[in-house]
Structure formats: C-alpha cells, structure tokens
Write a protein that binds this ligand. Structure first.
Ligand code: 8YV
Length: 322
C-alpha cells in the first residue's frame, strides 16, 4: 500500500507529479470547504505532509496516527506548533539557504524603491503629473555610503549586508540575539543595541526569524528612535512589527518611508497602508522567483522522500525532537 501524502498548499507541478507517481497524494483544496476540517480528516492515515503558509498545530493535527514528517516549502516555520510536533515525534523540515539570495535581492528592491519613491513616481508619471522639472516633492534619499541597520544577522540578513557593503559602500550596524563575528567581520559590521541601531541608521531592515523574542519587537517606542529621513524595511514576518504604530509613524511623516513584504494579516486585502504614498507594499514575494521556488520545492520533496524512506532528511528543524 503506497504511503499517503497530504499536500496542503500550491506545489510545483513537476514535484507534485513525482509525488503522485510515488505516493497516494491528497490535495487540500480551499474550494472544497473548510481547510482545517479537510486537514483533520486527511491526516488520520497520512504518512507525510508538504506545503507552506498554513497554521498546523494540535487543533488540526490531533487525528494524525502515523504522520512522520511535515515538509515545509519555506525557511520560516513560525506557522507550525513545534512543541506539539516534538511531543508527537513528528519531524518538521524547511528549505533554508536555497532562497537566501533571492530574498536578500527583494529586501534591496524594497529599500531602493522606498528610498527613491519608485512606485509612487512611476504612478505619478503615468498619471501625466510630470509637467516640469521635478521638485522636492519627488526627491528621494541617497543610499550609497549611508548607514544600514540590520535587525537579525542570519543568512538572509548577512546576504543583505553583503549587497550593502560591496554594492553600496554602506556602513553596517546589526542587532541580534548574539554577536555574529564570522558574518560581521568581513563586512565591518558593528554589533549594537536595538535603540542605538534605530537612532544611527539611515536604513533599517528587519530580517529576524519570528519567535517569542522577536514578536512585536518593533513598536511605537522603537519607531520614535528612528531619524525623520530613515527608511524602514520588513522582509521577516508581519508580527515582528506593531503595524498600527508603523502606520501612525508613516502618517505623521516621522520616518521618510517604509518597504514591506509581510503583514500582520496576509493576504493584505484592506489596510490604512493602501492610502499612504510613503510605503511600498509587496505581497510576500521574498522567495518568489520561478527558479528559487523550484529549488525550495525540490528540497522539500527530498526532505519528504527521505523521511518516508526511513532516512534522515537534509534540513530538519527538529532533528532530535528537542
Ligand atoms: C515562503 C517565506 O514562500 O520561506 C519563507 O519563510 O516567507 C517565503 O519564502 C512563504 O512563507 C510561503 O507561504
């Protein structure tokens, strides 16, 4: 009897086809009704799950009798109840490294777009507003040689720092749970406290993993530390930031602009952010290139297949059910 795999989000078609040739594959389909109810039903005799962007915890996994692995097509895993998975001895795997450079590219896309008002000015031009030489209202902020503060110097944070250091001659500050000398030294990056980073940086990029320490890390008090010409970028998770405090800060013009790829509630369907010209809003596209999503799906496929074959998957989040 083929092992059963539950696919709980969109998946690369070629990888899906391979799975369907190897296993009994069941797709969770939002069009077929309540997704959590479908998951509760389908996990009863499932051996593996693969997908992303879905909250998986005791409320929808309690019926699982033989689930060995959840293979996430993502590097972040804050949407999984890791303590519950450890208790149930269910492996969780993710897709680190393959998306690092793509996500760092997106962070710089947001930084530059927000700094130079690119989306706003594109719209302004296409609306026929460009009637004479541009004035102060169209001016942006210089990036080259300025100070970048990175909150979270992990793989993605370091990739962003490399772009800043080598490409834009930027002075780099970083804040982290601990110093990362091996990543920081080649980039002359200086470790500092969060408020010092916010006070000193011309550009602030949030690149932390979401966890109990980073949840709501950036609130009104933190935004009040930033300089009025500063640009704020978040490519981590929406709940690292007090979104209403950011909106209030942008509305009051207390920072120059923001560039966002993640939000408290996703998809972002309605928000005060939509009425602001000094924020760039992208739809969680950090890793969203065909090439990188393929690599993520391939790695997630390998994690799943190895686990179901009794081998240790290459990128486990909880190798020892700690
Ligand atoms: C994922 C991401 O595509 O990898 C992550 O953690 O945020 C993105 O690359 C997204 O989480 C899928 O919903």
């Amino acid at each position: 009897m083929n092992k059963k795999v539950v696919v709980f989000s969109q998946l690369d078609p070629e990888v899906l086809q391979r799975l369907q040739q190897q296993y009994h594959v069941v797709m969770i389909d939002p069009k077929q009704g309540d997704v959590n109810q479908q998951i509760r039903e389908q996990v009863k005799d499932a051996d593996g799950m693969i997908g992303a962007g879905r909250l998986l915890n005791q409320s929808n996994l309690a019926n699982a009798q033989q689930l060995k692995i959840i293979s996430s097509v993502s590097v972040g895993y804050d949407n999984y109840d890791l303590a519950y998975l450890n208790q149930q001895k269910i492996w969780l795997s993710n897709t680190p490294h393959v998306l690092t450079e793509t996500t760092a590219d997106l962070a710089f896309t947001l930084l530059m777009s927000a700094a130079r008002k690119a989306p706003y000015l594109d719209h302004w031009t296409k609306q026929g507003q460009w009637k004479r030489t541009v004035g102060e209202a169209q001016f942006g902020q210089d990036v080259f040689g300025k100070t970048l503060g990175i909150i979270g110097l992990g793989n993605i944070g370091a990739a962003i720092a490399r772009r800043a250091f080598h490409g834009f001659n930027m002075n780099i500050l970083y804040h982290n749970r601990r110093e990362k000398l091996e990543l920081a030294q080649p980039l002359n990056a200086r470790y500092c406290g969060l408020h010092e980073l916010l006070q000193q940086s011309d550009f602030v990029v949030v690149a932390v993993d979401l966890n109990t320490e980073s949840a709501a890390l950036i609130g009104q008090q933190e935004f009040d530390q930033m300089q009025s010409h500063a640009v704020f970028v978040n490519i981590a998770r929406g709940s690292v930031v007090d979104e209403q405090a950011l909106i209030n800060t942008l509305k009051a013009g207390k920072i120059f602009a923001a560039g966002l790829d993640v939000y408290l509630k996703e998809p972002l369907q309605e928000s005060e952010l939509f009425g602001l010209d000094n924020v760039v809003t992208l739809p969680h596209v950090g890793s969203a290139t065909a090439e990188t999503r393929k690599k993520m799906a391939e790695l997630a496929y390998r994690n799943l297949v190895d686990a179901l074959a009794g081998r240790t998957p290459p990128s486990l989040v909880n190798p020892s059910f700690s």
